[in-house]
Design a protein around this ligand. Structure first.
Ligand SMILES: NC(=O)c1ccc[n+]([C@@H]2O[C@H](COP(=O)([O-])OP(=O)(O)OC[C@H]3O[C@@H](n4cnc5c(N)ncnc54)[C@H](OP(=O)(O)O)[C@@H]3O)[C@@H](O)[C@H]2O)c1
Length: 297
């Protein structure tokens, strides 16, 4: 259902008229050596936010940092493989020592192993580990470090419209996941475990899971559900948690196909992450459209 509340757009005057952030505002972006993550880092750096570009591969990460330096932008770098709990631990220890506090976390890193018209679940475990367990573990490890005031801290999870709960055709699972009042972490974990066991048993096609990019869609449904839960748990505590689907974007994930560029998608993402505190919602799911309008579910 589309919201009747005013929707942020590119020309939203509020972003630039109430610049609440400064160079002391610290943002972390995962999976930022290319694609939408790199463009988000670039946008934050252009807007004067202190930003940590993270990537699972040091060489690829440093190359991305160099590309930004060539454009006159300075960013920090640290290796972070979100699918590896040890890497998350090492990163968080480094971050705590160097920066102490965090204002913005963009969980962007993700994988899909399918071509646009394929639907194999051969890599389902890696997809779930990278796209759901990784951001969840990282978020939990960073939660004590959010500054929370004077401005509201923010988590923006880059999810997908493929992770909309309506994609679930199994009505029992859909009703559990959609029930915001009763939803628990255990229920989300159970859904993911059930999917992985259906994959192992070879029964996943008949169990009402999403029809397109099934493993990826389940990972994003889980991340969307976790985001809603986290938003609810932190309501009124100075931490906002929202999701953003960048739309069909020209990156490696789509083999360069899409209706707009990573820079376009990141411009909207950065705007959402930087909404003025008084306009910042929590527990919302934003979707970018092909005309680069953005709506809120
Ligand atoms: N493109 C679209 O149409 C579209 C649509 C909806 C949602 N999204 C979402 O947008 C986000 C960005 O995707 P993209 O389109 O920019 O794809 P992309 O160009 O493939 O970028 C994905 C990034 O994630 C990184 N990554 C993968 N596994 C990682 C791990 N274990 N730890 C840390 N980083 C890891 C990749 O690093 P490597 O270079 O090392 O692989 C890469 O930097 C994703 O969450 C995706 O699901 C994209």
């Amino acid at each position: 259902m589309e919201s009747k509340e005013p929707e942020p757009s590119f020309s939203s005057p509020s972003l630039y008229s109430s610049r609440w952030w400064s160079k002391d505002t610290v943002a972390i972006v995962t999976g930022a050596n290319k694609g939408i993550g790199l463009s988000m880092v670039k946008r934050f750096a252009e807007l004067g936010v202190t930003v940590i570009l993270t990537a699972r591969d040091t060489e690829r990460g440093l190359k991305a940092v160099e590309s930004l330096m060539a454009q006159g932008l300075h960013v920090h770098f640290f290796r972070l493989d979100v699918s590896d709990p040890d890497s998350i631990k090492t990163f968080v220890s480094w971050f705590r020592l160097k920066f102490r506090a965090l204002d913005i976390l963009v969980n962007n890193a993700a994988v899909s192993f399918n071509e646009l018209d394929e639907n194999s679940v051969e890599h389902a475990e890696t997809v779930i580990k990278t796209n759901f367990h990784g951001p969840k573990l990282l978020t939990e490890a960073l939660l004590p470090l959010f500054r929370l005031s004077p401005s509201t801290s923010r988590i923006l999870n880059i999810t997908s419209r493929l992770g909309h709960f309506d994609k679930l055709r199994n009505t029992k699972i859909k009703s559990i996941i959609s029930d915001e009042e009763k939803l628990s972490e255990e229920q989300i974990d159970n859904m993911v475990s059930l999917f992985l066991s259906n994959v192992k048993q070879g029964t996943w096609k008949s169990q009402g899971w999403p029809e397109i990019w099934t493993d990826y869609s389940v990972s994003k449904i889980a991340l969307n559900a976790y985001s809603k839960l986290l938003a609810k748990q932190n309501q009124g505590c100075g931490l906002s948690v929202n999701c953003y689907c960048p739309g069909f974007t020209q990156t490696s994930m789509t083999r360069g196909r899409g209706t707009h560029t990573a820079d376009d998608a990141a411009a909207i993402g950065a705007m959402l992450a930087l909404l003025p505190p008084q306009e910042l919602p929590t527990g919302k799911f934003y979707i970018a459209h092909s005309n680069l309008a953005c709506s809120k579910l």
